[in-house]
Design a protein around this ligand. Sequence first.
Ligand code: DNO
Length: 362
Amino acid sequence: MQMTLRWFGEKFDSVKLWQIRQIPGVTGVITTLYDIPAGEVWPIERIKALQEEVREAGLEIAGIESVNIHDTIKIGSEEREKYIDNYIETLDNLGQCGIKLVCYNFMPVFDWTRTDLAKVRPDGATVLAYDQKVVDTIDPQTFFDQTNDNSNGFVMPGWEPERLAKVKELFKAYESVDEDTLFNNLVYFLKRIQGVCEKWGIKMAIHPDDPAWPVFNLPRIITSKEKILKLMKAVDAPFNGLTFCAGSFGSNPNNDLPGIIRALPGRVHFAHVRNLHHFAPGVFEEAAHLSSDGTFDLYEIVRALYETGFDGPIRPDHGRAIWGEVSMPGYGLYDRALGAEYILGLWEALDKSEKRLCSKEA
Ligand code: DNO
């Protein structure tokens, strides 16, 4: 396991690499070329420059989150071939640079969705929150505008301006895309990129849909253990794996989080670990990582990763805004650093108990 922090790049992130370097036990970043729109090829010089910048700070790139998928690929229109070819070229460039983990999602139009980016909790911290009633009574364009207005001036991942510009067109283009079509388009895409992934040993780690149900009537296909297993089977090769995201799968309280990890040995390539507090079906807010602050048992989640031999990067996920910090919602330094230390503590305890047990048995 490697502890990492997500970093959006010098121009886009309020958090600096030198600050990340000072979080004990964090050795890598999960990053991206945030200014390259979905569908364009990532030039190798840009990847190398990013790698150098991260290396100079005493860290390494542990993976990319995300190389976003162009909508034509999700929709399955004719132009997808060109965009898949571009994706393959990007993967080839990443592979040449020794970068071997790519997180992506296959959610139509919107990426993750929250209805409140700064809900105040009793201790004064603010968190991201979701209430299905709000989504049910708002039109997508207004929702998109509101999200951008409330993001502290940062461009949020999955809410890039080029998407904002064409929400209506996108909804139209997805009219004929149901769950099965979307799933088949994902399988088609994975089969097309399999060669380049296997050439470089690149692991593709799909991010689950967040929340784990259809939003604005758009289909969602990575929402449960059954659905992710179906995908693993459809393209049954080690490169095709999962970003286990506790908060996304956990938005549906019926999902057994440790159970999802245990069902996929060797196929969980990356983990986003965080906690949520559930109030009612479809109503939740994000919490501190600590088990007692939310609904999930973080010990059981980390234990499932440990016991299945997980050896990829983990990152603490969205944090609360605390201690007066202003950042991209969910992506401040302070609470994510607390989260990283907590997860490292759980991991150390599991590791030492296991080793003690083994030495007693020997
Ligand atoms: C939200 C993130 C997502 C994630 C993408 C992966 O904070 O977890 O935006 O990065 O879905 O492509």
